[in-house]
Design a protein around this ligand. Structure first.
Ligand code: TYD
Ligand code: MG
Length: 471
């Protein structure tokens, strides 16, 4: 083997370094932090996603690989899975059952969580209550970046959540918040809200999308390095996304939406992303004089409102691990318009139009000449097609102005060919329905039902649905 010549090696190194220096030019580009659109000039509004002030400068140093060869960085360490300690810290329970269940059975130490929702929906109220309960056994810091400490005290007195273990601050500069957390290592850090935080000496503008991402990134590192659970609140825009970047959702461990329904002052806490629990899990609360109170039995609430009238059909859908009873309400009226109206809320508009088209085709009723108004009770939103049979019954019941059998529930899907299809997990739904006094099940012909005390009416296709309306 040829011996390496030390002089030649030295010379080659010198040449490479001088070459690398000549290559060391800087270029910059601007990248949208909301949608990744890139341009070479800064512009105020991203032409792609129309977000304002979201372009962040990206400096590309054209340093050749040759220079990188001589920079000393620590090599990344690699480990086998066997050598990794998986002993998990226990989850932190607040004792507020609906909260604990939605977050996946208590908060996971070292996780970063976002709570979002419309202004005034109750995010601060809920977090203050949760923080107070957790502070009974853990150290909790609450940074209120929106409300003054006087306002906060007023609220805490109203909620009777004043506890000396729960510490508050109105600091809004993120570095000082993080420094306090690093030094004093609380178990839970609440920041209400992240949009009102700012970072001194950052390259990004306060309140900009870039700064929001930077803040989330720093908090993520804090939570992971110090095993601190961090909960931040964020506003949502009119379109229903977390103000600024949707990307915030990708960066954090869990996102929960607090949504409201004004009818009963109920609030729904919905998990839309959860690395440590089931998504689509729902928690229910009621806004009262002394804060948000749990509603563990939401179906009792829902069923008490249901009327036995033409146009009404009861369905049941799984929300997370819990079956929910809902009333579908339809109103069909002969239309005076050339294009009859279809006004739908709580359900995909196309789903109602589709069921109406199937009924028109196979049952021969002229729904295309009717205005259709359709809604789901309680402000719920139904996805999927589990409520197809209920939708068909509600439409037919309004059309014929005849109510469905009293205390009946419709559980089935409908195919494009007009066949009634069975649904999965029906056992759960039936059990819950029976608990609330349902006595008749309206299901598909081939639906398997293990055990029930209800009368079961089976339907093969949509034409057979007419048998309930004396047609
Ligand atoms: P808040 O928690 O400030 O909402 P967010 O942080 O999401 O903006 O909730 C404010 C609303 O809640 C306000 O309209 C008053 C009402 N509220 C009650 O009805 N009862 C209470 O005990 C509290 C504290 C607030
Ligand atoms: Mg608030």
């Amino acid at each position: 083997m040829q011996q390496a010549d030390p002089y030649n090696q030295y010379f080659a190194k010198k040449v490479m370094v001088s070459y690398a220096k000549s290559m060391d030019k800087t270029k910059s580009s601007f990248k949208c932090s909301n949608c990744t659109y890139t341009t070479i000039k800064w512009i105020g509004c991203c032409p792609e996603c129309k977000e304002w002030d979201s372009l962040v400068e990206n400096i590309i140093t054209a340093t050749s690989n040759a220079t990188k060869m001589y920079t000393h960085t620590h090599a990344a360490q690699l480990r086998s899975l066997d050598s990794i300690d998986t002993q998990e810290l226990p989850r932190v329970l607040s004792g507020i059952g609906e909260w604990d269940r939605v977050v996946g059975g208590g908060l996971v130490p070292g996780s970063l969580i976002v709570i979002t929702g419309d202004p005034g929906i109750g995010k601060s109220t809920l977090l203050l209550q949760v923080a107070y309960e957790i502070a009974k056994t853990k150290r909790v810091f609450y940074f209120s970046t929106e409300e003054s400490l006087q306002q906060l005290k007023g609220r805490a007195t109203r909620l009777k959540t004043t506890d000396n273990n729960l510490l508050f601050s109105d600091a809004a500069e993120l570095t000082s918040i993080i420094t306090a957390a690093r030094e004093q290592k609380p178990d839970l850090l609440v920041i209400d809200s992240i949009q009102n935080c700012y970072i001194n000496n950052a390259n990004t503008l306060p309140g900009s999308v870039g700064q929001l991402r930077e803040a989330a990134f720093q908090l993520m590192r804090l939570s992971k390095e110090y095993n601190i659970t961090v909960i931040i609140t964020g506003h949502i825009t009119k379109e229903g996304i977390i103000a600024g970047p949707k990307t915030l959702e990708h960066m954090v461990d869990a996102v929960f939406y607090l949504q409201g329904e004004d009818r009963w002052q109920t609030r729904m806490l919905r998990a839309v992303k959860n690395r440590f629990g089931a998504i689509n899990e729902l928690g229910f609360f009621c806004m009262e004089q002394n804060g948000l109170q749990e509603v563990p039995n939401i179906n009792a609430h829902l069923i008490s409102e249901i009327s036995h009238a033409p146009g009404s059909a009861i369905v049941s859908i799984m929300e997370g691990s819990r079956p929910i009873l809902l009333e579908l309400q339809a109103l069909t009226n002969a239309s005076k318009l050339t294009m009859p109206q279809r006004v739908v809320s709580g359900l995909d508009h196309k789903q109602v139009v589709l069921i109406a088209a199937i009924l028109e085709k196979y049952v021969k009723i002229k729904l295309s000449m009717q205005d259709i108004f359709f809604k789901v009770s309680g402000g719920f939103k139904i996805k999927g097609s589990e409520s197809d049979l209920g939708t068909a019954f509600a439409l037919l019941s309004s059309y014929f102005q005849e109510p469905l059998p009293e205390k009946s529930i419709a559980l089935g899907e409908i195919s494009l060919t007009g066949q009634i299809k069975p649904i999965n997990n029906i056992g759960h739904l039936i059990k819950e329905a029976e608990k609330f006094g349902i006595t008749t099940l309206l299901v598909a012909k081939n639906q398997t039902i293990e055990k029930t005390s209800c009368t079961v009416k089976r339907f093969h296709n949509v034409y057979e649905l007419l048998s309930l309306f004396g047609q």
